[in-house]
Design a protein around this ligand. Structure first.
Ligand code: PEP
Length: 255
């Protein structure tokens, strides 16, 4: 069964409101008069979310956030809550991106807590997992991903398939130009599907989308997306240009 693709852009700390609005406007213009089957999502920096949501207007493009706090409000300087994100029109939140795990020391337990909060509050969580290069080379990459997955799975039950998305992002492929081969991606995605199966049972596991992230570009997207357990992409660099993001979306549409 092929699930509805989710093609998601992670703009990281790029594009303030005016630039964000320009790229979002170009995206909408590129698809004017055309429809797509996939879900297409852009996750700008917090301050640019309203500009992107306004530029997307009634189009099929959706907005999301790159992070969230686990509390509703209070003395948490610099943080943003799920309610605030909902108010700006966000539907999705990326949690546990490897840059948050590495530079902001987010543990698997904190990532799990965030994912649970996002889902409980009616948003959709894109939970990132993935190994670093030394773990890939040492052959321990599946254990690493299993530990990251288990932390999240332990907080979830029932049919969360509409609100829970996994993004497999081998850290060695993020922003490096180095992509996992479609075979490496499928192998890990299939493994993640097995973990989902064990936890939720096959009916739910089959519906949960597993995205690939790590230097996905127009020229490798179709090959990756055509693998049976690759249900979309989380795209960094190539999502910052309307043309390349559109080309990846077109690649998804062609499958
Ligand atoms: C990412 O940051 O999630 C990512 C996959 O980045 P890039 O596409 O630039 O490798």
């Amino acid at each position: 069964m092929k699930r509805t693709f989710l093609i998601a852009g992670n703009w990281k700390m790029n594009a303030g409101p005016s630039e964000a609005s320009k790229i979002a406007t170009e995206l909408v213009a590129a698809w004017e008069g055309k429809s797509f089957q996939a879900e297409a999502l852009i996750c700008p920096p917090f301050v640019s979310i309203p500009a992107v949501a306004a530029a997307f207007g009634n189009s099929a493009f959706k907005t999301g956030a790159q992070n969230v706090h686990t509390e509703d409000n209070g003395a948490f300087t610099g943080e943003v809550s799920t309610d605030m994100l909902k108010e700006t029109g966000c539907e999705y939140v990326i949690v546990g991106h490897s840059e948050r795990r590495e530079y902001f020391h987010e543990s698997s337990d904190l990532v799990a807590e965030k994912a649970k909060k996002v889902i409980n509050d009616g948003l959709k969580a894109i939970v990132c997992v993935g190994e670093v290069l030394s773990e890939r080379k040492a052959g321990t990459y599946k254990e690493v991903v299993k530990e990251q997955m288990n932390a999240v799975l332990n907080t979830l039950s029932g049919d969360v398939s509409d609100q829970f998305v996994v993004a497999y992002e081998p850290v060695w492929a993020i922003g490096t130009g180095e992509t996992a081969t479609p075979e490496q991606a499928q192998d890990m995605h299939q493994y993640i599907r097995t973990l989902l199966n064990e936890h939720f049972g096959s009916e739910v596991a089959e519906k949960i989308r597993i995205l690939y992230g790590g230097s996905m570009k127009p020229d490798n997207a179709a090959d990756l997306l055509s693998r049976p357990d690759v249900d979309g992409g989380l795209i960094g660099g190539a999502s910052l240009k309307a043309d390349s993001f559109s080309e990846i979306l077109s690649a998804a549409e062609s499958i």
